[in-house]
Design a protein around this ligand. Structure first.
Ligand SMILES: Nc1ncnc2c1ncn2[C@@H]1O[C@H](COP(=O)(O)OP(=O)(O)O)[C@@H](O)[C@H]1O
Ligand SMILES: N[C@@H](CC(=O)OP(=O)(O)O)C(=O)O
Length: 451
């Protein structure tokens, strides 16, 4: 039996929803359907999740709500009308949107989480009705009833492992269960969402819980390509990847699949197949634990991720052990997480996502670091991008680093950080953000020369 997840692009309007109905009808193994909120219908459109974030902020700031609620309601109405959903059924969805501010929330973080989650919740309610009207035996399954319990971080939750057993109890269900992605409930019964793009995570959790043979993730591209198709024209499709490769690439910017969604798939050893809702007969990309034999290219993908900053700290004769300990303590004190900490004899750089810092927090952080570390030099550089070259085929090959740095040098890209993990399946470069697209293109040309 398969778990299928449809992203926002696959459910953006009635025409897309019809394609999804056809895909489910085409294979009776597709028994657990995880849905996102309606996404963008065209370039420049706004995802329902983003409309709900505006709605939540308007409630918090006590601004007028009519306009934003009407925008959200009209997204569901467009789909409901096309599938002749009854007025009573549609009015339930409409009322749920209007009544969102009337519930009590522990604080604004929980309010935000509950508002966001309703994008998927109401879409799942609606989609179950659409499937029923198409003659299928389908029912909405709320994450609470499914047993999807998460940690108490309202907008960045993690699954609690006990959930898998509870989800397992649904495995033998003979009817199609439509489950909203992106959120679960904490032990107190409050809604907490995963991070953005987190419906992929729900799909993987359900797949592991019900012991699916396959997790099909439907989106709007024919495959995962060796580089983001919005950056490189006509990149080569990668039809098979390992979990390790995909995890590194997802983390480093392949937004097509959430990096955290790979963990339940790895734990349950469940094949993930990324497919296109618009062209379901295309092969897609299969992600498994098996390595490719004799890959044509050593590299599987080249990704870039923007918006990092680096705190550079230099001190002669620094004692690395106590130094890094002190840095980590200060970061923890401010609830900050770091991504990398490359170091030299007398210096180190803490690389972190820059959206965690406000100018005030940045000043405070530097002051604390100065007091604790007495550095000879300390400064923050903003707007780094991290470039990642990934491939299991890189293992035991020589000359790949020089090929990459040569290609970047030819584009005049200054490297502010280079990192090759012991796994040897990835190389990472810190570069100036405004060179990110040109760098991805240059690396693509270097590693896929004859395409
Ligand atoms: N290497 C890649 N291969 C394919 N798509 C990619 C890649 N990197 C980024 N993407 C982007 O991911 C998008 C699909 O992800 P997303 O917008 O989250 O879809 P969904 O709405 O289905 O969740 C694609 O349209 C594409 O622009
Ligand atoms: N709707 C949520 C969760 C999600 O996964 O969406 P999508 O499948 O459209 O990326 C978001 O926008 O973050």
């Amino acid at each position: 039996m398969k778990v299928v997840k449809f992203g926002g692009s696959s459910l953006a309007n009635a025409a897309q929803v019809q394609k999804v109905v056809n895909i489910i009808k085409a294979d009776d193994q597709r028994r657990f359907v995880v849905v996102s909120a309606p996404g963008k219908r065209f370039a420049g459109d706004i995802k329902v999740t983003d409309l709900l974030i505006t709605y939540a902020n308007d409630v918090i700031k006590q601004r007028p709500l009519d306009d934003i609620t009407n925008q959200i309601i009209s997204r569901y109405r467009e789909i409901a009308q096309a599938f002749h959903i009854s007025d009573d059924d549609f009015n339930e969805i409409k009322a749920a949107i209007i009544k969102l501010p009337d519930h009590s929330y522990q604080d604004n973080d929980y309010l935000m989480a509950a508002f966001k989650a309703h994008g998927e919740k109401l879409n799942a309610v609606l989609f179950a009705k659409v499937l029923t009207s198409a003659g299928l035996n389908a029912k909405y399954l709320d994450p609470k009833d499914a047993g999807l319990v998460v940690t108490d971080r309202p907008n960045d939750a993690d699954i609690i492992p006990e959930s898998y057993d509870r989800l397992g109890e649904w495995a033998s269900s003979s009817i199609i269960r439509v489950i909203p992605g992106f959120f679960g409930y904490n032990l107190q019964g409050q809604i907490c969402t995963f991070s953005r793009g987190g419906s992929d995570i729900t799909g993987a959790i359900v797949a592991r819980g019900v012991h699916a043979t396959k997790y099909e993730n439907f989106t709007d591209v024919n495959a995962i390509y060796a580089a983001n198709p919005k950056v490189v024209e006509n990149p080569i499709a990668i039809h098979h990847m390992t979990f390790r490769e995909m995890r590194e690439l997802a983390y480093a910017g392949f937004s097509v699949f959430h990096d955290e969604a790979l963990i339940p798939a790895i734990q349950g050893d469940i094949e993930v197949v990324v497919k296109n809702t618009n062209h379901p007969s295309e092969r897609g990309t299969s992600i498994t634990s098996t390595k490719r034999v004799n890959p044509a290219y050593p590299v599987s993908g080249i990704a870039s991720s923007p918006d990092f900053c680096g705190i550079y700290i230099r001190k002669y004769m620094l004692d690395k052990k106590s130094y890094s300990q002190k840095i980590l303590n200060i970061l923890a004190q401010y609830g900050l997480s770091y991504e990398h900490m490359p170091s030299g004899i007398d210096d180190l750089t803490v690389i972190m996502k820059q959206d965690q810092l406000t100018p005030d927090l940045e000043d405070l952080l530097i002051r604390e670091l100065v007091i604790a570390l007495h550095p000879d030099e300390i400064h923050i550089t903003h707007d780094y991008a991290l470039l990642m070259v990934v491939g299991e085929g890189m293992l035991n090959r020589t000359g790949l680093m020089s090929k990459a740095t040569d290609a970047l040098a030819r584009q005049n890209v200054k490297l502010v950080m280079v990192n090759q993990g012991a796994s040897e399946i990835s190389m990472m470069f810190g570069i100036q953000q405004d060179k990110a697209d040109a760098s991805v293109q240059a690396l693509y040309d270097a590693f896929f020369p004859d395409l």
